[in-house]
Design a protein around this ligand. Structure first.
Ligand code: AMP
Length: 321
C-alpha cells in the first residue's frame, strides 16, 4: 500500500501547558493542547503539519517532542506572551474533564497565515480551538481538501454557537462527545442529535464516548467500536485528540474516505486513545512503538470478532404459538 510521505494532514488547534488532576495524581505544567495530541498521534501514520501559536515560555524540549515525531512545525509561531493554559480535573467519572481554568494567552490575537504547502494539504483537521480560528484556516485552503474534520467543546458551543454551526456546515466529519452533541442540538437522545447533525450535510458524525468507545454515525450506516478494556486509566486528557489523530492519520495514510475505511479509522483512533490514557500527558505516546500499535489493533480485531450463525438463520428462538 502506498503511504504518502509528504505533508498530508494539516491541523490547527491548541498547543498548551496543562495542569491536570485525576484520581491517580496531579501533574502541573504538562505539555498538552488539542493540536499537540492530534499531531503526535497522527504522526505514526503520516506527515502532519501544525498551525498554532506558543509563547516565549514554550520549552525547546517540548518543541522537540513534535519535531522528534516528524511533525512539520513551520506553522507554529512564537509570540510575545504566554502559551495557552488549561487546568482541568477528573473525578471518579474519568470520561469528562471539569475545566478549572482556560487562559487563551497568545491565542487571543493569533491570526494564522498558511504557507503555500499548507494551503494544499489534502486532509485538514480543525482541532478544538475558537471557531473563528478554525474558519481562518479553512478559508485559506487553496483547493478544497479531500476530507475536512473538526472538533469543538462545550465552551465554544456556549459562547460561539452560530459561528460553530457555520463551520460544521462546511466540514465532512464532526468529532465530538455525547454531551456536546446534545448541547449543540438541544436533543435529549444521542440518536436524535446525530440525525439532526448528519442532516446538515456531514458525511459522518463521530461520537467519542470515553471508556464506552466511539460511534460513527455515517450517512449510510452506524458503526460502533468499544474502547480497549484497561484496568488502569491514569489521565484521560488528550484521549479525544489522540483518537482523532489515529482516525485522520489512518484515512490520510491510505487516502481513502469511504465507509469501510472510516470503520477501520475508528478502530485506529481507539487504539491511539487507549495508549494515551495509560500515563499523564504525552508520556505514553512518546514511548509508543509501531509494534505496540499493531499489537493493540490485533487485540481490537479479536475483541470485536463475531460470527453470525451458520446458514444465515437468525437466533435459535422458541416457536411461540
Ligand atoms: P481532549 O482530547 O478532549 O482531552 O483535549 C485535551 C486538550 O484540550 C488539553 O490538552 C487542553 O490543553 C485542550 N483544551 C482545553 N480547553 C481548550 C479550549 N477551550 N480550546 C482549545 N484547546 C483546549
Amino acid at each position: 500500500m502506498a503511504v504518502r510521505r509528504e505533508m498530508n494532514i494539516l491541523v490547527v488547534g491548541s498547543v498548551a501547558y496543562d495542569s491536570v488532576e485525576t484520581p491517580k495524581g496531579k501533574n502541573d505544567h504538562q505539555l498538552g493542547g488539542s493540536a499537540t495530541y492530534f499531531s503526535v498521534s497522527a504522526s505514526f501514520f503520516t506527515r502532519v503539519g501544525v498551525v498554532a501559536v506558543v509563547g516565549k515560555d514554550f520549552a525547546k524540549d517540548d518543541l522537540s517532542v513534535l519535531e522528534g515525531h516528524g511533525v512539520d512545525t513551520s506553522g507554529l509561531e512564537t509570540d510575545s506572551g504566554e502559551t495557552f493554559r488549561w487546568a482541568g480535573k477528573y473525578t471518579d467519572e474519568m470520561n469528562a474533564a471539569v475545566t478549572i481554568e482556560t487562559r487563551l494567552n497568545v491565542f487571543e490575537h493569533f491570526r494564522p497565515r498558511l504557507s503555500p504547502d499548507h494551503r494544499r494539504a489534502p486532509y485538514l483537521f480543525l482541532a478544538n480551538i475558537s471557531p473563528d480560528l478554525q474558519h481562518a484556516v479553512l478559508d485559506q485552503m487553496s483547493a478544497r481538501p479531500r476530507l475536512i474534520a473538526c472538533d469543538t467543546m462545550n465552551l465554544w458551543i456556549e459562547i460561539a454557537k452560530p459561528r460553530l454551526l457555520e463551520l460544521i456546515d462546511k466540514v465532512d466529519v464532526l468529532m465530538i462527545n455525547e454531551a456536546e452533541a446534545k448541547q449543540l442540538t438541544g436533543e435529549k437522545s444521542l440518536v436524535s442529535a446525530a440525525a439532526q447533525l448528519v442532516k446538515r450535510g456531514l458525511q459522518a458524525l463521530v461520537i467519542k464516548r470515553g471508556e464506552y468507545g466511539a460511534v460513527v454515525f455515517h450517512r449510510e450506516f452506524t458503526f460502533a467500536t468499544p474502547a480497549y478494556p484497561l484496568a488502569r486509566v491514569v489521565d484521560p486528557t488528550g484521549a479525544g485528540d489522540s483518537f482523532a489523530g489515529g482516525f485522520m492519520g489512518y484515512l490520510a495514510a491510505v487516502d481513502d474516505t469511504g465507509g469501510e475505511a472510516m470503520r477501520r479509522a475508528a478502530v485506529a483512533g481507539s487504539v491511539m486513545a487507549s495508549y494515551t490514557v495509560e500515563e499523564f500527558g504525552l508520556k505514553r505516546l512518546k514511548s509508543l512503538t509501531q509494534k505496540e500499535i499493531n499489537g493493540r489493533f490485533g487485540a481490537f480485531v479479536e475483541l470485536t470478532r463475531f460470527h453470525p450463525l451458520g446458514g444465515g438463520q437468525g437466533l435459535p428462538l422458541v416457536q411461540k404459538v
